[in-house]
Every structure is written in structure tokens, then in C-alpha cells.
Design a protein around this ligand. Sequence first.
Ligand code: PRP
Ligand code: URA
Length: 210
Amino acid sequence: MNKNVFIMDHPLIQHKLSILRDEKTGSKQFRELISEIAMLMCYESTRDLPLVEVETKTPLAVAKTKVLSGRKMAFVPILRAGLGMVDGVLSLIPAARVGHIGMYRDPETHQPVDYYCKLPSDLNERDVFVLDPMLATGGSAIDAVTRIKEFNPKRIKFMCIIAAPEGIEAFSKVHPDVPIYCAGLDDHLNEHCYIVPGLGDAGDRIFGTK
Ligand code: PRP
Ligand code: URA
């Protein structure tokens, strides 16, 4: 297994992922689950944030305690489906900035087409989490991270909910320095480059479009 891929096998994440995949799950619950899974994944994938020791006066004494060492963060969802993960991660790190990258897959070629990019101007001072529920061929994530790297962020992590082996391989070849966090590693891509078994079209299921 690629040592840059972290599969989040926490029971709560896996339980919610099962319901998310179910074709009977409607848009309202789908949105809630995407947000909850993103929040749990954010909790797990920020274990390596550095801490500093400080002194805190409790009502009884002065305690030596730990706080985050002033690390600045940014979340960058890939539109549209990545938007579904934003609320969940912001609920844990509300001070983070949010950038947006707009991309869709051409239905014939399956190549990503980018149509929007707005990123925080001080990205070079930040750790960036790129958010997209699906890593299929990897094309969208590869292009999004290439774009973000132009801003020289301190670190980049890519967080998805389901990944295909093809996407992991392609992404890791181009961006070996960027760890991938995912909740499920699936079997393969079908002839339309959809992840199997996957969950279908994430954007359509979040927004109720078809
Ligand atoms: C989906 C998904 C990813 C991309 C993954 O977006 O949210 O961005 O496909 O596929 P890839 O790894 O082969 O690039 P889609 O293009 O359907 O756009 P949408 O989010 O606007 O629906
Ligand atoms: N995008 C999706 O939303 N689902 C897939 O399975 C592949 C790409």
C-alpha cells in the first residue's frame, strides 16, 4: 500500500459511509452525512498539528497546557461536490480561510475543465486541505493541487471520501509530496470513469440535480 495514503477506518466514519453509499439515501441525509464524515476526517487528519505549551490559570492553580502553535489553515473545496465538505471541516477549525476551485469533468473525455479559482492571497503562510468527495481518475485533484502549488502553501493535504486505485496512482505520481486521506478505497473505475462500487455522482446527490 502507498505510504502516502491514509484510510480513515474509524467506526463512525465507516458506518456513515455505508449509509452514504446506499442508493436509497436522499439528498438531505446525503448532505448531512458528507458534512459529518468530513468533520470526522478533519479530526483524524489534523493529529500532526504542532502544539506549544502555555500556562493557564485555573480557579485553583496554574496548569501547564497545550494550544495549537499558531498554524494558519485554508480549506479549498473543488466545486461543486467539495462544497458539501466545507461546513463539517469549518465546524472544527472555524478560523480557517476558504478558497474555491471550480472544475468539472468533460462527459466525453473525462478530462477536468477548470472554470473558477479564488484562493486566499496569503496561501504561502497556510496549510491547505483540498476537499473533494471523489478521487476517480485523479484528473481534477491533480489539476487543483497543481494550481494551489503556484501559491507556495506550507503544506497540502488532499481529503476525499472515496478513492479509486487508478486515481491514487495517478495523483501520487504527479504529487508524491501530498498525502491522500480517504474513508473508502474502492475497486475500480467503470467505462464512464465512475468509481465502483462508489456512491454515484456526488455532486448530483448533494444538490439533487440529475
Ligand atoms: C466529480 C468529483 C470530482 C471529480 C472526480 O466532479 O466531485 O471533482 O468528479 O473525478 P476525476 O478524479 O476523474 O477527475 P464532477 O466533474 O462530476 O463535477 P461536479 O462536482 O460539479 O458535479
Ligand atoms: N465523480 C463522481 O461524482 N462520482 C464518481 O464515481 C466519479 C466521479
